[in-house]
Write a protein that binds this ligand. Structure first.
Ligand code: ZN
Length: 286
């Protein structure tokens, strides 16, 4: 049997040879790629590493899910969530129960044991994304966050994107998924409470002692939270799960559902939501 190039000599050397070759190739590929321009329109910067984007836009893609898209505001999201509730209220009782049952099932599947909620210090660099996602789920469980709220949020962000998304089409899905999790994990997840104490001189007062003049000491105690950073790709992975769960429960193409207004007009739920956004001054007149 022929021996592959990377498997000659003692096994201990295989890995090293293979990797050094790869590193060299990678460096060459990066050097070629970095001569190109960033894929964002009107950005004149050079590409970073193997990305089709410059450093600034690649970082934003990583954090936000899109290099340029505007992010949703709270007021906008509230209207999309309200629209979901309003629509559900128009459904027959039987269908509503179906949706509720499916949401319960999905929520059960989504939850993780509280004991899996690792400390921020355990979220080390070499931990795979899947493991991080599992830990975040356990934290959501520990913080008593209802996964059904997360699923609904993902659906709201999907509707938001249908109206407002102004990023690059190829990142649309990733943006929706990343944002669903950003909202679900605000002020939550891997954190550790630490009590800090510091002693400082009080420069406003001077006291006399046998050894001369000095400032009195003041002691301060405060609480600090050590938090783990949740990376964009991990957010995207969780958000996609939440969106899939929402699609299963509420149905795909949710925002295309037909609704009737009070004056008997038929329109899609999305158009109906746009009316509400215009009424709230969150969307310019059509
Ligand atoms: Zn750029």
């Amino acid at each position: 049997m022929p021996v592959a190039d990377h498997a000659r000599g003692r096994p201990v050397a295989w890995f090293t040879q293979d990797r050094s070759g790869r590193k060299h190739k990678l460096r060459a590929a990066k050097a070629v790629n970095e001569t190109g321009k960033c894929a964002v329109a009107r950005c004149e910067d050079h590409r970073a590493g193997l990305s089709s984007l410059c450093r600034k836009h690649a970082d934003r893609l990583k954090d936000i899910g899109d290099p340029v898209a505007r992010v949703p505001t709270r007021n906008e999201i509230v209207i999309f969530e309200k629209a979901i509730d309003l629509y559900l209220a128009t459904l027959p009782e039987r269908r509503r129960r179906e949706i509720a049952t499916e949401l319960d099932n999905r929520a059960r599947v989504f939850q993780r044991p509280v004991t899996w909620a690792a400390m921020p210090s355990d979220m080390h660099r070499r931990l795979p994304q899947q493991a991080r996602a599992e830990i975040i789920k356990a934290w959501l469980t520990k913080d008593a966050k209802d996964p059904r709220g997360f699923f609904k949020r993902a659906l709201a962000i999907e509707g938001w994107a249908a109206v407002y998304f102004d990023g690059m089409p190829r990142y649309r899905r990733r943006f929706i998924a990343t944002h669903a999790t950003s909202w679900a994990t605000t002020r939550g997840t891997p954190s550790k409470k630490l009590t800090r104490r510091s002693v400082k001189d009080d420069p406003t007062t001077v006291i006399s002692t046998p050894n001369g003049w000095r400032h009195p000491k003041i002691e301060t105690i405060w609480t600090e939270y050590q938090r783990a950073h949740i990376s964009g790709p991990v957010k995207a992975r969780l958000g996609q799960e939440a969106l899939d769960a929402a699609h299963h429960a509420y149905g795909r193409g949710f925002w295309d559902n037909a609704v009737s207004t009070q004056d008997g007009q038929d329109m899609t739920l999305l158009d109906y939501t746009k009316l509400a956004l215009r009424a709230a001054g969150l969307l310019p007149p059509a």
